[in-house]
Write a protein that binds this ligand. Structure first.
Ligand SMILES: Cc1cc2nc3c(=O)[nH]c(=O)nc-3n(C[C@H](O)[C@H](O)[C@H](O)COP(=O)(O)OP(=O)(O)OC[C@H]3O[C@@H](n4cnc5c(N)ncnc54)[C@H](O)[C@@H]3O)c2cc1C
Length: 248
């Protein structure tokens, strides 16, 4: 948004980010903020918006480790516009209307590995299921949903999944919500916090590790994509796996 406003001729006097780091993709930070020399204030938030006919200034303040503003250190920034750009949520009024099972973490429907919702014959993919950072992953998911939806229209129901995937330590969610030990799947997951060098594990509910993979890093802004092949789960017999990410 900061870059777009700059390109449209506005002077962006500051981007104020609550966290001590920017949560978006690194290339977005470089190409949208640094390359346009837009001032970025980390660990800072807007605590007041002032003006009568329109915005005249905002009051901003640094935040402490608890993310609460340190009001004594606040300062004013003259400006005529405030743009609040703080994340996306799936547009899911259709899925809610259908009363399919929803995942409170993604705010989208619970889906099988065929991208089928809890209602037979209703398939979902893309940002309505969970927010994607790259459209390539939407395309990948859409081809799975489309293939199975077409087969469903011909009266061929998707093969059933036999393992539920449950978010474990440091994992906010994983999609799809179930897989089959017989087929290959791509599982998308999002971590709750930043990690340098970490391990992604699939564990039984008792903690026994079934599969593990090292990751160079994992951050909440980027989905981790796990290509899960049948060979990885060939020793597993059970109906649920916890997906977790921990420090190496
Ligand atoms: C600011 C921003 C920048 C991005 N930059 C990039 C980038 O550089 N590269 C990249 O790969 N990805 C980027 N993404 C991510 C990418 O845009 C999304 O992942 C992708 O567009 C999601 O595709 P989708 O088809 O699921 O949803 P959308 O592209 O949102 O399409 C959903 C469509 O459904 C329509 N719709 C909604 N409700 C209904 C209804 N009831 N009936 C009919 N139609 C309906 C909507 O109007 C919309 O057109 C960016 C996203 C944002 C927000």
């Amino acid at each position: 948004m900061a870059r777009r406003l700059t390109l449209e001729g506005a002077e962006v006097v500051g981007v104020f980010e609550l966290l001590p780091h920017v949560n978006g993709l690194s290339r977005n930070l470089v190409q949208c903020v640094h390359d346009f020399e837009i001032p970025l204030h980390l660990s800072t938030t807007v605590i007041g918006i002032h003006g009568r006919e329109r915005v005249e200034r905002v009051t901003v303040a640094p935040v402490g480790a608890d993310l609460r503003p340190i009001v004594e250190q606040a300062w004013d920034v003259p400006c005529d516009t405030v743009l609040i750009s703080v994340g996306l949520i799936p547009e899911n009024e259709l899925t809610r209307h259908l009363r399919v099972r929803m995942d409170p973490m993604t705010s989208g429907p619970v889906v099988s590995s065929a991208m089928e919702t809890s209602r037979d014959g209703v398939f979902a993919c893309g940002n309505v299921v969970h927010i994607h950072d790259l459209v390539d992953f939407v395309s990948e998911e859409a081809s799975v949903a489309g293939r199975h939806a077409a087969r469903s229209a011909l009266g061929i129901a998707p093969a059933a999944d036999n393992v539920r995937l449950l978010p474990g330590a440091n994992v906010a969610y994983c999609v799809p919500h179930s897989v089959s030990t017989e087929r290959e799947h791509v599982v998308y997951l999002r971590v709750r916090r930043r990690f340098e060098r970490c391990t992604l594990r699939l564990c039984r509910p008792d903690g026994t590790v079934v599969y593990e993979r090292s990751l160079r890093y994992a951050i909440p802004a980027e989905t981790v994509n796990l290509r899960l092949r049948p060979v990885a789960l060939q020793q597993f017999h059970g109906d649920a796996l916890l997906v977790e990410v921990t420090h190496r």
